[in-house]
Ligand binder design. Structure first.
Ligand code: ATP
Ligand code: MG
Length: 575
């Protein structure tokens, strides 16, 4: 696991309405002053940054309170969409974010027997019945927001008959979908969730944990609240869309007369220029709009990790956005600001040329007596923000590469980089002056520059006080390593991907240029063998991270984020 506790990660949690409720509960010794929270993912996809908000909230609250515990519970009630792969990925992501559930790993499927008993108890008490209406009929009977529903003709079945039918549902006597168990609540309730919701359905499907043991499965609504109760959760923190389900969860817990956790809802995280629902993320993966769940363009935790995000930056982001009661969309620039801030402090600086232009330094000592060209090892600081990170040696020789965009034959105003006759500084090296431009005869494209260097400017400083406007990064051609660099832009063209013409879905807003692959980049030789996951600042370019597809001979970098901080600008702007 990564080291935690970098500066800035030690912020004190800001009081919010959830922490205030918990503090109040502790004051009156509610729940014997215990705090037990949980993070309850359904293992039907990979976690995204919205889940990170919930993870940080639940685990941090447990950590902030003496003896507090946070459970990791898989709400695995739907055998059709769930897979072991997702469970493994979820655990990896929570751990990577820096949280530890210890022995408290639970599965709703472990409660299937208990839930069945609860259902039987509700039947016996006259609170549940077996209904033979088809799914479509049930929908038809449900009514609408403005119209009350109609009672099912099976609602008056006697307890004995219900018990018998429910047992036979479990025993596999009936076809899939032919019957359900429903709660007997109120078909006229203004809350649609209370109109005799389905508790159990018949479904012959292999469950990833219980195999073929069951052919009836509890619904999420009949499982979630009782699972919290069984685990002794004190504060069941969830997102706003469950506010309307709370009366139903309360109804089940009260009728069953079992431990009653307090449900508290908060606003889910939405980010600009991306989508956050697992259904849509799955669609993007399955239809090949992105490579996999860990595609660095996705807002998944694994995608962000692969892109070079640190757990500290994500935790810091979650702290900064805080929790609120009303939904809002967070600017993705804030997330980018958080990683930039963290990497600025920690990432070693290196030089990498993404679009190389060959530069020959004519007066640099060349091939002496048939031996190799002169090479100097120049000192380069690793991080100006942190002198403690020391320095390294960077080789300099007669042929180097600079960035194509750092040269203009006909420089516009305010272009302070290299141009014919102009002198610039090479970072950590020398002043060079462009004396000749070589072009491709056919295309007219600039293919090589000839420059002279001033030996009196070693280290990049002139002793006569002569100033230059621009400083360029570079690599020595003979020493540089070839690398592939993958640059990412927003996955969607619009801040709100759902903003589409009628009849067109969010995918119409996909950004066709969200991935740019550059294959003949050159990086300084010190990066040989850089381990996947290592993060660097490429001078003047941004932050980059070694991709797991990388190997000794084929370096691949992902651009985490560029250097320009649009969020800092937003913060500074007059309000
Ligand atoms: P999605 O809607 O993206 O498919 P979900 O809510 O179905 O997600 P779950 O696996 O049920 O995903 O979520 C686990 C926990 O994470 C829940 O408590 C849920 O409230 C929380 N959560 C999910 N999405 C967000 C979000 N965008 N912001 C904050 N919390 C979230
Ligand atoms: Mg869900």
């Amino acid at each position: 696991m990564e080291s935690s506790n970098t500066p800035g990660d030690n912020r004190k949690p800001v009081a919010d309405f959830i922490r205030n409720i918990i503090a109040q509960d502790l004051k009156v010794n509610k729940n014997d002053s215990r705090v037990v929270t949980r993070f309850p993912p359904e293992p039907n996809g990979y976690l995204h940054i919205g889940h990170a908000k919930s993870i940080c909230l639940n685990f941090s609250i447990a950590l902030e309170n003496k003896g507090g515990i946070c459970h990791l519970r898989f709400d695995d009630t739907n055998p059709i969409k769930e897979e072991q792969e997702y469970i493994d990925a979820i655990k990896e992501d929570v751990r990577w974010l820096g949280f530890d559930w210890g022995e408290h790993e639970y599965y709703a499927s472990d409660y299937f027997e208990k839930l069945y008993e609860y259902a039987v108890q509700l039947i016996k008490d006259g609170y549940a019945y077996v209904c033979d209406l088809s799914a479509e009929e049930i929908r038809g009977y449900r009514g609408t927001l403005t119209k009350p529903g109609k009672n099912s003709p099976y609602r008056t079945r006697l307890v004995e008959e219900n018990l018998d039918l429910f047992e036979r549902m479990r025993a596999g006597e009936f076809e899939d979908g032919s019957r359900v168990l429903r709660a007997k609540i109120d078909m006229a309730s203004p809350n649609l969730n209370m109109r005799d919701p389905v508790m159990y359905r018949i479904l012959r499907a292999q469950h990833h944990r219980t195999g073929n043991k069951w052919c009836i499965y509890p619904t999420y609504d009949f499982t979630h609240g009782q699972s919290d109760s069984i685990e002794g959760i004190t504060h069941s923190i969830c997102t706003l869309e469950f506010e309307d389900h709370r009366p139903l969860y309360d109804w089940f817990l009260d009728r069953l007369n079992i431990h009653h956790p307090q449900q508290i809802e908060f606003a889910r995280l939405e980010l600009t220029y991306t989508v956050m629902s697992k259904r849509k993320l799955l669609e993007l993966v399955e239809e090949g709009h992105v490579s996999r769940w860990d595609d660095p363009r996705l807002p998944t935790i694994s995608g962000l990790r692969r892109r070079g995000y640190t757990p500290e930056a994500i935790r810091n982001f979650c702290d900064r956005i805080g929790v609120a009661k009303s939904n809002s969309v967070v600017d993705i620039a804030l997330l980018e600001h958080c990683i930039r801030e963290d990497l600025n402090r920690r990432a070693p600086r290196v030089m990498a040329v993404l679009r190389p232009l060959r530069v020959v330094i004519d007066n640099y000592p060349a091939d002496r007596a048939g031996l190799a060209d002169q090479v100097e090892e120049l000192d380069a600081e690793n991080n100006p923000e942190d002198p403690g990170m020391g320095s390294r040696k960077v080789p300099f020789s007669r042929v180097i590469y600079i960035e194509q965009e750092d040269f203009r034959e006909d420089p516009p105003k305010k272009f302070y980089r290299l141009a014919p006759g102009r002198e610039v500084r090479l970072k950590h090296a020398y002043y060079i002056k462009c004396v000749r431009v070589v072009k491709d005869e056919q295309t007219g494209e600039v293919v090589e520059l000839h420059c002279t260097y001033d030996p009196q400017t070693r280290g990049g400083w002139s002793s006569d006080g002569r100033k230059v406007m621009g400083t360029l990064h570079w690599v020595s051609a003979a020493h540089a390593l070839e690398a592939e660099v993958r640059s990412y832009d927003h996955l969607f063209l619009k801040a709100n991907p759902e903003d589409t013409k009628e009849g067109v879905d969010y995918k119409a807003n996909l950004n066709p240029a969200s991935l740019e692959k550059l294959t003949s980049c050159r990086v300084e030789p010190g990066l040989a063998g850089a381990a996947p996951g290592s993060r660097y600042q490429f001078l003047r370019q941004g932050y980059f991270c070694v991709d797991p597809d990388s190997s000794e001979g084929a370096l691949i970098f992902n651009r985490t984020v560029g250097l320009r901080d649009s969020w800092a600008k937003i913060e500074k702007a007059p309000k």
